[in-house]
Design a binder for this molecule. Structure first.
Ligand code: SF4
Ligand SMILES: [Zn+2]
Length: 402
């Protein structure tokens, strides 16, 4: 009797646009330690805030959608927004994501001790809460009425470029993401003075794409980011991979969305960089540097903003900039064209190929450090939990004893 051999389970590697593409681009070695190892980073501030603000915007939309009459903008933080924040915090906690101390107060009035806060007067409105309040009240009144489909799950399969049997894990990979979708119909119905429509209508390239369409069958996809607007360039003439990767992300989302049954043609993507609404002192310092070197696309134009930035010194307050500039810097529009979409898909394929090649190398030689590319950049490395034993920055960040 011959026994049949059980075939190996067929796996299709799954890649998420934010979790994989963007973090691999930031640093391949850090990505390996964080996402593919058992070691969670000890201070995932950006990870926590990114998930938190996304969750808050989604939950605020749902609450508004269930009873728009009951919820009038601007929402009051303590009475209306706080309950949303606490729900999202509970969900993140269940996933093992804990809020960094002094960024978010996780307690209510019943907490009798200080916990991680400076005193017992909970709830405290720390920076994360100032940002959720600004995000909901700045964009909610304009954005929520235009959303037609919230939290649309996107998934698609692509061939692994350069697949070699016996070397790579699978011939295809899947790519996933979640977006909110605005429809042309809801945009047509919008009240005059809608800020999102203003930005769309004054964007020449997007306006031209819409004007060329024969019908109203189009969509706009939305993504929220709990970060500041990245500069377009790292140095004069050197483009910033993060800036480009955000555009690819939206373009890939658009490709995935356009393949769904109920989809219309996506004509643009909007990314909200929500930290821009309440910049920290460090954010303003970075803006000052980027403005001076001409690295960022949205610059202060009013006299007051130019002066505020010129006068800004270390130790100055973070709220020096006008609401207008903060709003402009918090929204980025990306026109969606066939050509750009193909370029972004190729770029995404190339990143996945790189990751799969690193996995194949590691499986063969068993060493992490020799198989994953580090990308030492002071800002990323400073916040990296693995800097002490990373060979790329050996000795640069000595261990500090708390
Ligand atoms: S210390 Fe820097 S180069 Fe090393 S893994 Fe961390 S981010 Fe990458
Ligand atoms: Zn507190």
């Amino acid at each position: 009797m011959t026994l049949s051999v059980k075939s190996k389970p067929y796996i299709i590697p799954e890649y998420s646009l934010t979790g994989d593409l963007l973090s691999y681009q930031a640093c391949g070695l850090q990505y390996r330690y964080q996402n593919r190892g058992a070691l969670p980073p000890s201070t995932p501030v950006q990870l926590w805030f990114g998930e938190f603000i996304h969750g808050v915007m989604e939950e605020a939309y749902k609450t508004w959608h269930e009873g728009p009459e009951a919820l009038r903008f601007p929402l009051v933080w303590k009475d209306e927004i706080r309950v949303i924040e606490m729900n999202v915090n509970r969900r993140l906690r269940a996933k093992g994501l804990l809020p960094p101390p002094r960024l978010f107060c996780p307690y209510d009035e019943t907490m009798e001790t200080e916990g991680f806060c400076p005193d017992v007067n909970h709830p405290h409105k720390f920076l994360a809460s100032k940002r959720t309040e600004a995000a909901i009240n700045t964009w909610g009144p304009h954005l929520f009425p235009l959303i037609d489909n919230a939290e649309v799950k996107l998934k698609g399969c692509r061939d692994l470029v350069g697949y070699q049997p016996g070397v790579h894990r699978a011939q295809t990979y899947s790519v996933t993401g979640v977006v909110d979708v605005l429809s042309a119909v809801s945009m047509e119905r919008a009240q005059t003075g809608n800020l999102i429509l203003h930005y769309i209508n004054t964007h020449q390239e997007i306006r031209a794409i819409i004007d060329d369409l024969l019908s109203l069958d189009y969509e706009i996809i939305i993504d929220y980011k709990g970060m500041r607007r990245p500069p377009m360039y790292l140095r004069p003439g050197v483009s910033n991979p993060t800036w480009e990767a955000h555009a690819w992300q939206v373009l890939t989302y658009a490709w995935l969305r356009s393949r769904q049954k109920d989809a219309q043609r996506p004509v643009a993507g909007i990314i909200f960089y929500l930290n821009e609404l309440v910049p920290s002192a460090e954010d303003i310092r970075d803006l000052k540097i980027e403005t001076k070197a001409g690295l960022t696309d949205i610059l202060p134009t009013s006299r007051a903003d130019k002066q505020a930035l010129a006068r800004w010194r270390k130790g100055s307050k973070g709220d020096a900039l006008s609401a207008n500039l903060r709003e402009q810097r918090s929204i980025r529009l990306i026109p969606i064209t066939e050509k750009r979409q193909q370029e972004s898909l190729q770029a995404f394929d190339a990143v996945v190929k790189d990751i799969e090649n690193s996995i194949a190398r590691e499986m063969k030689c068993g060493s992490i450090q020799g198989c994953w590319k580090p990308n030492p950049q002071d800002k990323t490395c400073k916040a990296c939990s693995f800097k002490i034993y990373c060979p790329a920055v050996k000795g640069k960040y000595p261990m500090s004893i708390p």
